[in-house]
Each structure stands twice: as structure tokens, then as C-alpha cells.
Design a protein around this ligand. Structure first.
Ligand SMILES: [Cu+2]
Length: 104
């Protein structure tokens, strides 16, 4: 699995983004990629309790158990700012929110 991801990350024109949790925040609160380009987004829950990763525009709603990670591959077709957040009740309000900036 890991080697497959590494190979995917090496393909020309593809970007890889990592977002890590750190308590009630995302370490990478602002990440960036280009429109029309496949992106591999890896979300790492570094905490000893559950989080989630939610991005409404891309229909991503994934629970993350303690110390679990998840990888999403998708292609944002339109430039813009797309909010991501942790869907566990109370976490977004506490600051677990970030933005994926898609440049033209
Ligand atoms: Cu959370």
C-alpha cells in the first residue's frame, strides 16, 4: 500500500498533500493545489482520540479512529477555496477547520 502511494506521488503533474491533526486543530490549516490536477490527500490523526475529516464539496466524510490515517485521491476541477473540518461534534467549533486552496 505504502509503495503504491509513493509511486502515485511520483507521477508527473500530481500533487501530494499531508494534513495532520494536533489536538483541536489541523497542523496544515491551509493547503494548496492546482485545478485539473489529481491530488493525493493524506490525513493523519496523530491524537489518541477520534477525529474525522470532512470536505463537503468533494463528498468526503470519513471518521478517523485514534492514530489512524486515511488517503483520498481526487481531482479538483474548479479553482476556489474549499473548507475542510472535523465532523466530530464540537471539534469544528473548537478550531478544527482548514481550507484547501485550488489555484487555476
Ligand atoms: Cu476532531
Amino acid at each position: 500500500m505504502l509503495s503504491l502511494l509513493l509511486l502515485a506521488g511520483c507521477r508527473l503533474g500530481e500533487s501530494t498533500i499531508t494534513v495532520q491533526t494536533d489536538g483541536m486543530r489541523f497542523v496544515q490549516g491551509e493547503v494548496q493545489t492546482k485545478a485539473g490536477q489529481p491530488v493525493t490527500l493524506r490525513v493523519v490523526n496523530q491524537d489518541d482520540y477520534a477525529h474525522a475529516f470532512d470536505m463537503d464539496e468533494f463528498d468526503i466524510h470519513t471518521p478517523l479512529a485514534a492514530n489512524e490515517s486515511a488517503t483520498f485521491v481526487f481531482t479538483p476541477e474548479q479553482a476556489g477555496r474549499y473548507t475542510f473540518y472535523c465532523g466530530v461534534p464540537g471539534h469544528e467549533a473548537a478550531g478544527m477547520v482548514g481550507v484547501l486552496i485550488v489555484t487555476p
